[in-house]
Design a binder for this molecule. Sequence first.
Ligand code: ATP
Ligand code: MG
Length: 363
Amino acid sequence: MPGAIYAEGLVKTFGDVRALDGVDLDVPEGTVLGMLGPNGAGKTTAVRVLTTLLQPDRGKAVVAGIDVLAHPDKVRRSIGLSGQFAAVDEYLTGRENLIMVGQLYQMSGRDAKRRAAELLERFHLGDAADRTAKTYSGGMRRRLDLAAALVVSPPVMFMDEPTTGLDPRNRQGLWDVIQELVAGGTTLLLTTQYLEEADRLAHDICVVDHGKVIARGTSDQLKARTGGERVEVVVHAPEHLTVADEVLRGFGKGEGTVEPHTRKLTIPVTGGAKLLAEVIRELDLRGVEIDDIGLRRPTLDDVFISLTGHAAETADGDGNGAGAADAGPGDGGSVGKQKKRGKAGAAADTPDADVTTDKEGVK
Ligand SMILES: Nc1ncnc2c1ncn2[C@@H]1O[C@H](COP(=O)(O)OP(=O)(O)OP(=O)(O)O)[C@@H](O)[C@H]1O
Ligand SMILES: [Mg+2]
């Protein structure tokens, strides 16, 4: 049985841009799918198709058990959407915006007011609640828009880059809200450029590039694909660096690095925590005093870069290297593609802006 969000073979072209090039998705009920991908990958297009805002050229989508193409009205009643660009009424106050949404969803006036007050509090908008939204800062608008998406708790939610532009406290606040929603059974598709966010919230992750899903799995599965587990040690005294280096080489599976100024040594390994224990024992036996030691696994950032930044080099023949064939070699090719595809909105009109955005996105 398909999940709460299901898509098969979605295709959407704009002129000669294939924004979606055969996207399949299946998000089980009560779970979070994190959709990652570089600028212009097709994330927003996918969200717009799934939320009935855009007709695909081909393919099938079912949301909350309802066929999106056949019954868009019914789908709209079962979903919540927070778009990439906040959609609030500038001339209404924060509170009025939220009450209006409640009333659109046929809540009683009393319930709508109560819910609005709760959400204003929750998103730290209490003080600004009775000012018109046009006086809000960017982050405040963003939060109001998110609050609006949560007025009713729909069974299926879509959030397109929900925390872009939020400060750390508000980002954390939103993560808490999302976790509560999902614990209550909501299914969520979330796009994000913050990989830590996907790591924290998503049960499953799909990486999209050039309108195709190029990899999917849990965060752990994707990291395992990238490989590259390593031991990092910080020794207490610089004179221990040489001995520590010898010890690590004995366990390593490749070239290590030594940074004298931070007294840090790193070496690729396989063998996980068991091996780490052996390294600690051996260092201890050799009289090396340790300030810090740990097994560092690849981060989602590493995964993202290896999948989208070097697509042509990492095509690994398992069917996930899609898009590699038309990609240029290495970084340069990828950046070139970014420039060409560009971004529909502001801020990315110059090639430099695009590249910067990409880099920031994968920090
Ligand atoms: N209405 C449109 N008209 C023409 N081209 C469009 C339109 N909407 C999207 N595109 C193009 O489709 C491609 C995918 O865009 P989309 O907005 O889905 O990307 P995205 O993954 O959401 O990117 P970002 O991370 O920048 O938000 C881009 O090349 C974009 O320029
Ligand atoms: Mg987008």
